[in-house]
Design a protein around this ligand. Structure first.
Ligand code: SF4
Length: 457
């Protein structure tokens, strides 16, 4: 596959080939699943909702529930008021969630449905029972990406739910960017080791990586509760982890409830994890536990032991902007050379941050937002790399050009372990090193000359 990709590169503006992003509602649906007892609702046609659910299901290997307004030709012409009103009544009657999180699709955005007005009317008519919540986010897919949809839904959690009661709670809010359930669990574990009480939202751990119990639970035990999200307005500070997925919500919370926002990046690798722990401990009055020090020491030891395998290796990276920014910093810590770094999401912050990281060490790196995997492949065809790190969609080019390949980010559709093994923190960095080293050495074992084929590496 993709053997026909040529090295002859043409600058394109109006065409994406093999995109490195997906549509906004997928991110909004994922964020909504991080609220306990929440039903994500897709206001549009059934096809959109089916695609979004199945894409998440293929990545997490878990059934993803969501409801839809089921637009037909009539709603496309006259608007979705009747559909959403009936949908809300049915959802609360049949599935009894505590909260419904409505997101729009391209169609309802083009129609211009006024969701707050429709929800208000439903509430007046008794379609939304007393004590239940409905929040909404506008998620037009003709702009942004799934990371923007994720961010928009968290901003909505803040604007609809967060409250300032006047009594400050001794807790720090953590808002993560679009990351795995295992990553959210790892960030909470590290936070607990500092002794700082935290509230994380959204939180998909124990929702999309729950155990098989033999009993179906429509609403798994995980997720941030509505009460926890409400209480975020009384917290002493907010730590937002990711420019694209998390910062907007923290700024909204600061504006609405005067909770100071610390805007950081995802804790991947040594430096970023150090900064995360240090900031959290400073904000919440915690300590660096002996366990965290041990984990850090093990990582640094491993980096030093394996230095010869990573030094100077040329790497191509693609993925969601917050993940790629954090990973690129870690690759530089390993003295690797990220020569091609792209994201499909728009946003100048991506190129600015990657330039800040790479200009001192890889000044000729190609860095691009709104790019696609075809373009990345063309660059690789022209000047090859030693390692490719992307989501599952990179496997075609890895196969075409026999490149060592590590799956990273969203979506991973052809492997299963990603939702259980975090890449955050010191322990997550150990896992990343393991994956990258295995890919490089497996490739060497497959392709090296007989005299270089070694039992011991
Ligand atoms: S129509 Fe829009 S929201 Fe629906 S699947 Fe396509 S891009 Fe996504």
């Amino acid at each position: 596959m993709l053997n026909g990709t040529t090295a002859e590169h043409v600058e394109r503006k109006a065409l994406r080939i093999n995109p490195a992003k997906t549509c906004q509602p997928i991110g909004a649906m994922y964020a909504a699943l991080g609220i306990h007892a929440c039903m994500p609702h897709s206001h549009g046609s059934q096809g959109c909702c089916s695609y979004h659910r199945s894409h998440l299901t293929r990545h997490f290997k878990e059934p993803v529930m969501a409801t839809t307004s089921s637009f037909t030709e009539g709603s496309s012409v006259f608007g979705g008021l009747a559909n959403l009103t009936m949908a809300l009544r049915n959802i609360f009657t049949i599935y009894d969630p505590e909260i419904v999180a409505v997101h729009t699709t391209c169609l309802s955005e083009v129609i211009g449905d006024d969701i707050p007005t429709i929800v208000g009317k439903s509430r007046e008519e008794g379609g939304v029972p007393a004590g239940k919540y409905v929040i909404h986010a506008n998620t037009p897919s003709f702009v942004g990406s799934h990371v923007y949809g994720y961010s928009n839904m968290i901003v909505s959690m803040v604007s609809y739910l967060a409250e300032k009661t006047g009594t400050t709670k001794n807790q720090v809010n953590i808002i993560p960017s679009f990351i795995e359930p295992a990553d959210m669990r790892e960030i909470k574990r590290m936070a607990a080791l500092t002794g700082v009480p935290t509230v994380m939202f959204p939180d998909t751990s124990n929702v999309l990586d729950g155990p098989l119990t033999g009993k179906y639970q429509m609403y798994p035990t995980g997720g941030a509760t509505v009460a926890q999200i409400k209480s975020s307005g009384d917290s002493i500070a907010t730590l937002a982890l990711g420019h694209f997925g998390a910062h907007n919500a923290a700024i909204s919370l600061e504006t609405k409830c005067n909770v100071p926002a610390s805007l950081m990046e995802l804790p991947i690798g040594v430096g970023a994890t150090d900064r995360f722990i240090n900031t959290l401990r400073t904000l919440g009055g915690g300590e660096v536990s002996a366990e965290l020090e041990l984990e850090r020491g093990r990582l640094v030891d491993l980096m030093s032991d394996l230095h010869q395998y990573f030094h100077g290796k040329r790497v191509a990276v693609s993925g969601d902007p917050d993940m790629v920014i954090a990973l690129t910093q870690f690759l530089v810590e390993l003295e690797m050379k990220p020569v091609y770094v792209i994201t499909g999401s728009p946003g100048n912050t991506f190129e600015k941050r990657i330039h800040e990281i790479l200009d001192p060490v890889v000044p000729d790196a190609k860095i691009k937002q709104c790019s696609d995997l075809f373009e990345l492949h063309q660059w690789i065809k022209k000047e090859p790399v030693d390692l490719l790190i992307t989501n599952t969609y990179g496997k075609s080019m890895a196969r075409a050009d026999n490149i060592p390949f590590v799956r990273f980010g969203f979506p991973i559709l052809d492997r299963a372990g990603h939702r259980f093994y975090s890449t955050m923190g010191y322990a997550g960095a150990v896992r990343l090193i393991d994956q990258m080293l295995n890919a490089i050495l497996d490739h060497k074992d497959r392709t090296c000359a007989e005299e270089w084929f070694e039992l011991v590496q």
